[in-house]
Ligand binder design. Structure first.
Ligand code: FE
Length: 180
């Protein structure tokens, strides 16, 4: 638990890449949206920890502006696989591809992305082609990744008051248990 909390807080104070909220705020808002939507504990935990790879890759949040894709979803998912099963790690691993999928499958989605998110999209491969869409929809928990993506996109509200890390500790513990 301490290690998970530490990883989340490591980048906590840093601003969330081109947005007006901190990384920690972004994580807590994502989890809060997930909980309000009534998804399961593993999806809430995935939302809370989906960007943990940003901190772990040791790359600054401005890397996309410099034209580098740090593959934070892969870094994050492999860190989390030490603690959790696929119901947590798969949505994290696929949440970037979920954005590429939504660009194709949901009319108006691309236009609604923030500028920072559009910039990173290009580095991440842009909207999926038909073959990629088919492949994506075969992956375990791909639909959870799409849900996570929607929370992610909305979790950028400056100054929003949401529950802190402690609120999620029992859910995290339950997911740790499940995986062990
Ligand atoms: Fe995010």
């Amino acid at each position: 638990m301490d290690e998970i909390r530490g990883a989340l807080e490591q980048a906590g104070a840093e601003s969330y890449f081109g947005e007006d909220v901190s990384q920690l705020q972004h994580a807590l808002q994502s989890a809060h949206l997930a909980e309000r939507e009534g998804v399961g504990a593993s999806s809430i935990v995935a939302a809370l920890l989906h960007d943990v790879g940003h901190a772990l890759s040791g790359l600054s949040e401005d890397v996309a502006a410099a034209g580098i894709d740090g593959r934070h979803e892969v870094v994050g998912a492999s860190f989390l696989s030490r603690f959790f099963g696929a119901s947590v790690t798969a949505p994290v691993r696929h949440h970037v591809d979920a954005k590429r999928w939504l660009c194709v499958r949901e009319p108006g989605y691309h236009e609604g992305l923030s500028q920072a998110s559009r910039l990173s999209l290009e580095l991440q491969g842009g909207p999926m082609d038909d073959e990629e869409v088919r492949e994506f929809e075969q992956r375990p928990f791909w639909d959870e990744a799409v849900k996570l993506r929607r929370f992610d996109d909305r979790a950028k509200v400056p100054g929003l008051d949401v529950p802190g890390f402690e609120h999620y500790e029992s859910m995290i513990a339950a997911c740790l248990e499940e995986a062990s």
